[in-house]
Design a protein around this ligand. Structure first.
Ligand code: TYM
Length: 327
């Protein structure tokens, strides 16, 4: 029996942080043996907000290194650039013609990113979830491993696929979302009401994957905590819950082991142990990242693009044929 397929991606905008790693990348690596895996660097998504062209070019190739250093193995998984496969933009046009204004207006990420000023927001930002739906549907994806903030986009993807299949005949696999039990919503270290984010103005809120040991220790030391002293997984104390979740994920301990480890200890000691654990966790990744030279990265992306193109073009041809588009 052939393996089921996973597809996921990240935007090459800004520096990736521990939320991206624990909410997404870590799971991609864990799932790549069991699934036929495709991981995309979604550089066309990056255009939904203004980008400096030079920086975008650099961040795109840097993100390929991040995927590799995190442990995605190009002999098992396809790694490719979205812009290398024109079918993404083409299917987006088709699906834009089936999507409704109302369903896109409901996307909370659009409302957040438009910062309340939808009159001035870009049309690309508004239609971004349809590009994401195309990414997923082109590959007949069964499962999409993402953090919690992408859940609504996945629901839209399923709606668009079901609508197309109903109106034009069976074309797309209906994908399921994979959201990890722990780590799907890593919060800002400075404001646990917000998610850890690349675009947070307060850099102290995020641990970036390329932060050095000193920066990591300092950020964790300065992380806000809740009132009370107990170190436990208590949802009503989101700051400590968040820090303890990070500890759990980077050490691989069970919830109970984490709680037992800190019984009777204070926040100072907890933060010191957490900082050490995060530094150790990121060390192999940080050591690896410099080891991928430009030529080998380019080759991996080229091979990945070829495989991706052959799958995507088949799905697009089928969708066009069903629509009566002559090719
Ligand atoms: P992006 O680039 O914003 O984030 C990449 C992945 O990281 C997850 N993530 C988090 N997880 C836990 N805690 C956090 N604080 C946190 N912040 C981010 C995101 O959920 C995501 O899984 N639209 C997507 C990229 C995309 C995509 C796709 C994903 C485009 N096409 C198709 C899956 C399938 C995005 O902007 O992710």
């Amino acid at each position: 029996m052939s393996k089921k397929r996973i597809f996921s991606g990240a935007q090459p905008t800004g520096r990736l942080h521990l939320g991206n790693y624990l909410g997404a990348l870590k799971n991609w690596v864990e799932l790549q043996d069991e699934y036929d895996s495709i991981f995309c660097i979604v550089n066309l998504h990056a255009l939904t907000l203004p980008q400096d062209p030079k920086t975008l070019r650099k961040s795109t190739l840097d993100l390929a290194r991040v995927y590799l250093a995190a442990g995605i193995d190009p002999s098992k998984a396809v790694i490719f650039l979205q812009s290398d496969v024109p079918a993404h933009a083409e299917l987006t046009w088709v699906l834009l013609c089936t999507a409704r204004m109302g369903e896109l207006e409901r996307m909370t990420q659009f409302k957040d990113k438009a910062k309340g000023n939808t009159e001035r927001a870009g049309v690309g930002l508004f239609s971004y979830p349809v590009l994401m739906a195309s990414d997923i549907l082109l590959y007949q994806t069964n499962l999409v491993p993402v953090g919690h903030d992408q859940k609504q986009h996945l629901e839209l993807t399923r709606d668009l696929a079901e609508r197309f299949n109903r109106d034009f005949g069976e074309t797309f696999t209906i994908p399921e979302v994979f959201i990890p039990k722990a780590g799907a919503r890593i919060r800002s270290l400075q404001d646990p009401a917000k998610k850890m984010s690349k675009s947070d103005e307060n850099e102290a809120g995020a641990i970036f994957l390329d932060d050095g040991a000193d920066a990591i220790a300092k950020k964790i030391k300065r992380a806000v905590t809740d009132s009370g002293t107990e170190i436990s997984f208590d949802e009503s104390r989101p700051a400590i819950h968040n820090l303890l979740t990070i500890y759990q994920l980077v050490t691989g301990k069970s919830e109970q082991e984490c709680v037992d480890n800190f019984a009777g200890k204070g926040y100072g000691q907890f933060k010191a142990e957490l900082a050490d654990a995060v530094i150790e966790y990121l060390r192999p990744f940080q050591e690896q990242i410099a080891s991928f030279d430009d030529a080998s990265v380019a080759k991996i992306l080229q091979d990945g693009a070829e495989k991706a193109r052959s799958i995507a073009s088949e799905t697009l041809a089928d969708a066009y044929a069903k629509l009566g588009i002559v090719t």
